[in-house]
Design a protein around this ligand. Structure first.
Ligand code: C2E
Ligand code: MG
Ligand code: MG
Length: 266
């Protein structure tokens, strides 16, 4: 999935046709609530299968999409698909879980974002508290007044806001006081340092304390080992996501997992 895009010069043209050829699709990765063992959220992750090729990871094609101004339409498509999918799961009687959707800075900066999110909620029938938007620290790099205004509008809709890859960017801790963020998602590089790296473990514990004292919850992603999960449980992490619990899977598999909620320990 991670072949370099430079090796395929026709890829840019192909990407421009990805929508009409219906080549984009979603995978979903569960997040487990560590207190109950239940799936409390599911993250939607976009994939692209170009003609005659293996599916590509977003880490490969999203930078290309960004360079040709295509990332905001992709994000809009993902949000609509993911919201509709979660509404369908809930309509079929499966236990409720939030759907978490990643949003690029380009999409975040577009005018009328809250209006368009409200429209998608209405169109799909998904209750606002069942949607979570994952934003990266990049949105704080410029124009904090506009960022605050947009976040406040989104928060007023009743959806949840998460800071993805927390600790990897340029975010100042002071800003946490002023922005309506519900959840910090710890950058996986810190989780990877458990249990060997004392600094990583210290940072992870400090993030739990920081978040909880500010009334926020914490998700750890990139959880790959039992030792990591045990550490996270012991130190009060709220949710965990990673290959140990489940890889990103198709919608049918999520239905099965939600149906057997809480998922059995591995
Ligand atoms: P992210 O939002 O931080 O998503 C987590 C990434 O880590 C996913 O990669 C996921 O498959 C991977 N992952 C999950 N658990 C583990 C684990 O235990 N070990 C390891 N090594 N990796 C794990 P993926 O799907 O390739 O997505 C990469 C990034 O692409 C995402 O990082 C997100 O920033 C971006 N992305 C994905 N879908 C979208 C989208 O619809 N819109 C936007 N703007 N960005 C997206
Ligand atoms: Mg994410
Ligand atoms: Mg992340």
């Amino acid at each position: 999935m991670n072949q370099p895009v430079q090796a395929h010069p026709g890829l840019e043209t192909d990407l421009r046709h990805a929508f009409e050829r219906e080549e984009l699709f979603l995978r979903y990765q569960p997040q487990i609530d560590l207190a109950s063992g239940r799936i409390s959220a599911v993250e939607a992750l976009v994939r692209w299968r170009p003609p005659d090729r293996e599916a590509l990871s977003p880490a490969v094609f999203l930078p290309l999409a960004e360079s040709i101004g295509y990332i905001a339409p992709i994000d809009a498509w993902v949000l609509r698909q993911a919201a509709a999918q979660n509404a369908a799961w809930q309509a079929s009687g499966l236990p409720a879980a939030r759907i978490a959707v990643n949003l690029s800075m380009h999409r975040f900066r577009r005018n009328g974002l809250a209006h368009s999110v409200a429209g998608i909620l209405e169109e799909t029938g998904l209750p606002a508290p069942q949607l979570e938007l994952e934003l990266t620290e990049r949105i704080f790099q410029e124009d904090p007044a506009t960022t605050l205004h947009t976040l406040a509008q989104l928060s007023d809709l009743g959806i949840r806001l998460t800071l993805d890859d927390f600790g990897s960017g340029f975010f100042s801790i002071r800003q946490l006081m002023h922005f309506p963020i519900d959840t910090l998602k710890i950058d996986p590089s810190f989780v990877a340092g458990i249990p060997g790296d004392r600094s990583c473990m210290g940072i992870v514990k400090a993030i739990f304390s920081l978040a909880h004292n500010l009334g926020m919850s914490v998700v750890a992603e990139g959880v790959e080992t039992r030792e990591q999960l045990t550490f996270l449980l012991r130190h009060g992490c709220d949710r965990a996501q990673g290959f140990l619990l489940s890889k990103p899977v198709d919608a049918g598999k999520i239905e099965q997992l939600l149906g057997m909620n809480p998922i059995p320990p591995t």
